[in-house]
Every structure is written in C-alpha cells, then in structure tokens.
Design a protein around this ligand. Structure first.
Ligand code: TYM
Length: 330
C-alpha cells in the first residue's frame, strides 16, 4: 500500500520553543518512521512580520539544525525551504481567487493581530492561503500542528473541497493531527496565552537552546494557582499554570497525566517544579549537544536543503501542471 503523506512546517523566526517541540516536532519524529514526511521551513510566512532585522539566511540554518538535533532524519524525510519552491506562491495566488474575503477575515489569528496592530499588512490576511498551498501542493494526507493552527487547516480543507468540486479531484483533503495534551503549551508567567517564540518576555518561554540557569529560573517562578491546600491535579480551567507544567512534563517524558498525578500525589508544587527542571535540563542538554555539533557544518546543512528542495520541486511542479491544465493556463 502507498504510504500516506505528511506535511508540516515551522517559521524560521528566532529560537524554537518546547511548545514547538511538544506540539509538533515530537510528532514528526514518530511519523517519519511510518509515512512519507515533508518538513518545510516556511520563510515566506516570516515575511509577514515586516521586520527588516530578520536574518533569514541564518535563522533557516538554525531551524534546520534544530530539526535534525531533535531527531528529524533527512534520509527519511524531505526537508526544504518554502521560498526555494516557487509553486507555493503561484498556487497561493490561484487559491486566493477561490477563497472569500469573509473567510480570511474570520480567522482568529488574523483578528487577534488586527487588535494588536493598527497598520496590519495584507500578508497576515493571506497567510492561511499560503499555508493551504504548502499543504495542497504535496497531496498531503496528514498535517501535524498545534491547536492554534486548527482553524487554518479547516479553511484549507474548505478551499480544497471547493476547488475539487469545480475542477474534479485535484487535491487530497488533508486531516490535522493535533495532540490531546501538549497541543497548546502555555506561557509560563501568563498561562492563559500560548507559549510563543516571539513573546517579548523571555520568562514566558522555554527555548530549546536555554541554558540550565534559565530553565531553573523560568520553571521555578512559573505561575501556578494559590490554593490553600494545593493538590497536583490536572485542571486546565481552574489550574492552568499547574496543568501546563504537567503537560510539559508529560510531553518530555511520555508519561500520562494520570501517571503524573499518581506520582506526585500528596507532594508540593515545588517538588513537581524541581523534577521538571531536572528532566528538562537533561533533555535540552542532549538536544543542544547535537545542535551545536550539527550547526558548525554549514555545507552539510546547505546540502540537505538543496537536495530537499529538488525533491519538493519535483512534486510541486506535477501538482501545478495538473492545475494549469484545468485552468487552461498554458
Ligand atoms: P509556527 O512557526 O508558529 O509554529 C510551528 C508549529 O508549532 C506549533 N506550536 C505549538 N504547539 C503547542 N504549543 C505551543 N505553545 C506552540 N507554539 C507553536 C504550531 O501550532 C505549529 O504547528 N503557520 C504555521 C507554519 C506553517 C505550516 C504550514 C504548518 C506554514 N505552512 C503548513 C503546517 C502546514 C506557523 O506559523 O507555525
């Protein structure tokens, strides 16, 4: 039987976080053993930040080295850079002509951005169409993502269905893969919002490259609730800070939340925190050792991107040629 296709991506904007790792990269590592996986570094999406300080050439290699350090294997998976395959932008334009303005305007991420940013660029509005193009170009079956991207995949499925209805079965309809726990790792100080690599307050975030002292400080002072007789019990509504710590623990060790509640029954929050500091420090030390070894070898990294882009180009060109002939764009 033909292997199913997995597509996913991360923006090369700065340092990756344990949210990225637990929410998606960990899934990728497992999926590459079963499926044909394509992992993209979505540099064009980063341009929506309109930030002239972006050093994409550097951050692309940093991101690739982190993918590899976490266990993504370039001999098993295609790894490439979005802007190296021009079909992404071509399909994006085509799909935008089959997407309603109202649909884009309803995207939560866009609405949140609009509140924060008065002078918002139209790339942020079009962002989910480019994301749909990424996915649909590769006949994708599964898309591992964090919770925040769920609405974008729903839109992608709607666009694909609409296009298929008009032109016949061009696209596979992709399914999102979202973890039950860990698909939304929260900010450490403000555990009502997502842990984000672009957070202005670095105390909210554990980066994959954080050192032991930072891990210690950030976890020790992570916000928890102030119950009179605090119990280590998962309750994301009433105890979001504590539940977030349990999700982090579970995401790193593979232990279930039930197992953790049992293990920490009758113990103090600080006991849990110290244990997380220990497991995170050991876990990230291993990733960092791999990372710094791999990052030194730029030729090796560039070659992976070159080979990956060649393979991705081949698949993308086939899809675009099918679409060209349907749209009579010769
Ligand atoms: P980005 O770069 O913001 O994040 C990459 C992936 O990490 C997940 N994620 C999290 N998961 C759990 N907890 C968190 N705190 C957390 N923070 C981030 C995100 O949900 C995401 O899956 N638009 C995408 C990138 C993209 C993409 C695609 C993804 C572009 N094209 C095609 C899948 C398929 C983004 O900006 O992700």
């Amino acid at each position: 039987m033909k292997k199913k296709i997995v597509f996913s991506g991360i923006q090369p904007s700065g340092n990756l976080t344990i949210g990225n790792y637990i929410g998606v990269i960990k899934q990728w590592v497992k999926m590459q053993e079963i499926y044909n996986c394509i992992f993209c570094i979505v540099d064009l999406h980063s341009l929506t930040q309109c930030n002239n300080k972006l050093k994409l050439d550097k951050t692309i290699l940093d991101t690739l080295a982190l993918y590899l350090a976490c266990g993504i294997n370039p001999n098993k998976s295609i790894i490439f850079v979005q802007s190296h395959v021009s079909e992404h932008t071509k399909l994006s334009w085509i799909l935008s002509c089959y997407t309603y303005y109202g649909e884009l305007n309803r995207m939560t991420q866009f609405k949140n951005n609009k509140i924060k940013n008065k002078n918002i660029n139209s790339g942020i509005l079009f962002y989910p169409i480019l994301m749909s193009s990424d996915i649909l170009l590769y006949n994708t079956n599964y898309v591992p993502i964090g919770e925040d991207q769920k609405q974008h995949i729903e839109l992608c499925r709607n666009i694909a269905n609409r296009f298929n209805k008009i032109f016949g079965n061009i696209f596979n309809i992709p399914k999102p893969c979202i973890l039950k726990n860990g698909s939304r790792i929260l900010s450490l100080q403000e555990p009502y919002k997502k842990m984000s690599k672009s957070d202005n307050n670095s105390n909210n975030v554990i980066y994959l490259l954080d050192n032991k002292i930072d891990i210690f400080k950030k976890i020790k002072f992570a916000k928890t609730d102030s119950e009179k007789n605090p119990k280590i019990k998962y309750d994301i509504i009433k105890k979001p800070g504590l539940s977030n710590l349990l999700n982090i623990f579970s995401g790193i060790t593979g232990k279930t939340i039930k197992q953790l509640e049992k293990e920490f029954y009758g113990k103090l929050y600080i006991d849990l925190k110290y244990k997380i500091i220990k497991i995170l420090s050991i876990f990230l030390e291993r990733i960092q050792k791999n990372y710094y070894n791999i990052r030194k070898n730029e030729d090796f990294l560039k070659n992976i991107i070159f080979e990956g882009s060649k393979k991705a180009n081949k698949i993308a060109k086939k899809t675009i040629s099918k679409i060209n002939s349907k749209l009579k764009l010769y």
